[in-house]
Design a protein around this ligand. Structure first.
Ligand code: ZN
Length: 279
């Protein structure tokens, strides 16, 4: 008997598996193979066990094993006239081309997000949506292929996001440069400069802002105005969300001491005069 392989495989009851295999029948086949990791099974054995598990007909088991192999590495070989199947691990070449993340890192992202879409909150179990690992700052725009830059999105929202950023791909270099500044004002300001003359969606500003808990990019934009910048905003309803689009009209040079101290002084000044007025 070979030792169990595929230490990084998701557990049959996990949310992650539910997101990888959205059909019950596929998950049943997975469970059977998962529980027999150390011991190859014949197709007949797989059929019997799937039926024992959920009482479903086994007419589709062959096809399900095939489908399972899109996602997982299921080794199969023939001895005499009998085929054997053994679940080895995840497919070493993930089907999405981004695939630099390790299986363990993907699992941590799933856990961190509770298998929920970060935009709409839907889950595979409750809503039968497929969840994918999404790069918050897209790789094309210079985002790192690391787990800190990853979130979960349902397929639908992932497509919507890709469409929204596709139009900025030709300015990827300028955007990725903006993203790498240490100061949040510089990140947002340099992004606006890179995209001068176009409307920049708040989503893209959010990405570049990289602030914890999404921060408050609209406040940062106000602060840019303190520095003498002119940024206009246009709001548009898109489904349930209202999206804001920002256009840079005028930029100033960055202060020598950096934008942070200038903004803080201005804010303190404003608070003091407000106090004086009310007191
Ligand atoms: Zn969603």
């Amino acid at each position: 008997m070979t030792p169990p392989s595929g230490e990084d495989l998701p557990l049959p009851d996990s949310d992650e598996l539910a997101s990888l295999l959205t059909r019950n029948g596929l998950r049943a086949v997975y469970r059977v193979l998962f529980e027999s990791r150390g011991e190859p099974l014949t197709m007949n054995q797989i059929r019997e066990r799937v039926t024992a598990l959920d009482g479903t007909s086994h007419s589709q088991t062959d096809r399900r094993v095939r489908d399972l192999r899109d996602v997982f590495d299921v080794e199969s070989w023939q001895e005499g006239r009998t085929h054997f199947y053994l679940l080895k691990g995840r497919r070493s070449e993930p089907r999405d081309r981004r695939g630099g993340l390790s299986a363990a890192a993907r699992a941590r992202v799933f856990q961190a997000y509770g298998a929920r879409c970060a935009w709409c909150g839907r889950t595979p179990k409750e809503d039968e949506v497929k969840i994918v690992v999404d790069h918050i700052v897209p790789l094309d725009l210079g985002g790192p292929d690391r787990e800190e830059n990853c979130q979960l999105l349902c397929e639908e929202d992932n497509h919507a996001k890709q469409a929204r950023f596709a139009e900025h791909k030709d300015r990827a270099e300028a955007i990725s440069k903006a993203i790498n500044h240490d100061d949040v004002h510089l990140r947002i300001g340099e992004l606006l400069k890179a995209l001068k003359g176009t409307e920049v969606p708040i989503d893209l500003i959010n990405l570049v802002a990289r602030e914890e808990n999404r921060g408050d990019p609209t406040r940062r934009l106000r602060e840019l105005r303190i520095l003498g910048w002119t940024v206009t905003v246009r709001k548009e309803r898109e489904g349930k969300r209202t999206l804001s689009y920002y256009t840079l009209e005028h930029a100033e040079l960055w202060p020598d001491e950096g934008p942070g101290p200038v903004v803080r002084r201005a804010e303190n000044e404003r608070r003091r005069s407000k106090k004086q007025r009310s007191g």
